[in-house]
Structure formats: C-alpha cells, structure tokens
Design a protein around this ligand. Structure first.
Ligand SMILES: N[C@@H](CCC(=O)N[C@@H](CS)C(=O)NCC(=O)O)C(=O)O
Length: 139
C-alpha cells in the first residue's frame, strides 16, 4: 500500500495529500516533522537524505520532493486529465508548478509570510518586503 510521511500542517505535504484524495488512493500516513520530529531518524534519512517531508513509498518506489511526488502519482495512478499524453498539454500544469516553487514561493515566504506576517512591525524590512511583492506580481 502507498505510504506517506509528513506532518499534515506542512503545505508541501498538503498538496500530496490533496492529490491522493483526488485519486482515491488507499494509503498509510505517518506524521513526521515539526513537533512530531523524526526527520533525522536514520531510516527516514535513508529514504530522503535531505531530511524533509513529504516522502512516499509506493510499493517500493520511494519518491521525495513534493512536485516530483505529484508528477509520479499522476503518471502512475492518474488518468489523462491529470497526466495527458500530449507533452504540450502536460506542460500547462508543469510550468505553473515550477513557477510556484521557484518564483512565487520564495518571494511569498521571504517577503510576505515571514517578512510581514511573522515579523513584529518594528522589525519589518520594508525594502525586502516590497521587492518580493514586486516579484510576485511581475513574474
Ligand atoms: N522542496 C521540498 C521542500 C521540502 C520541505 O522543506 N518540507 C518542509 C515542510 S513544508 C519540511 O520538511 N520542514 C521540516 C519540518 O517539517 O520539520 C518539497 O517541495 O518537497
């Protein structure tokens, strides 16, 4: 049976759990990371040397890195709606996934989430926040 490791509060885990739900895949879930700890457990590091969640084991195929997991699950368990045969069609989702991880996410985490919401007002670095707002709306 498909196994998934990762705390449900982690957004990179949530996208994987969402797809597993969409596909209706029976699975076994283990909470890992955050307060649950376990990321430096040798058995876990043997699966993902980076010590990060999510990780899946699909009947012996181990995959880490959330977008690699999404692509793997869509290719193996999805239908043409989630994994079209046409590479051009497939690239429509691919490009947004890569853009979200390489452009949107760093700017959002640095500028908006950590820089603004998680930093007390007096300590906010406004040039960095503004720069990352710009990156989000102009990339
Ligand atoms: N690029 C990786 C990022 C993995 C990552 O940094 N995961 C975070 C959770 S979102 C993590 O493991 N944090 C440590 C923890 O939860 O304790 C991916 O997309 O899977």
């Amino acid at each position: 049976m498909l196994k998934v490791w990762g705390r449900r509060s982690a957004f990179n885990v949530q996208k994987v759990m969402w797809l597993i739900g969409e596909l209706g895949l029976p699975h076994y879930h283990t909470d890992l990371g955050g307060a649950a700890g376990g990321l430096d457990d040798p058995a876990f590091l043997a699966m993902n040397p980076h010590g990060r969640v999510p990780v899946i084991d699909d009947d012996g195929t181990i995959v880490w890195e959330s977008h690699a997991i999404l692509r793997y699950l869509a290719a193996v368990h999805g239908d043409a709606a989630l994994w079209p045969d046409d590479p051009a069609k497939r690239s429509e989702a691919d490009r947004w996934m890569d853009w979200a991880q390489t452009s949107l996410q760093p700017a959002f985490l640095t500028g908006i989430f950590w820089g603004y919401y998680r930093t007390p007002e007096a300590q906010r670095d406004w040039p960095t926040i503004r720069q990352n707002q710009y990156l989000q709306t102009n990339t």
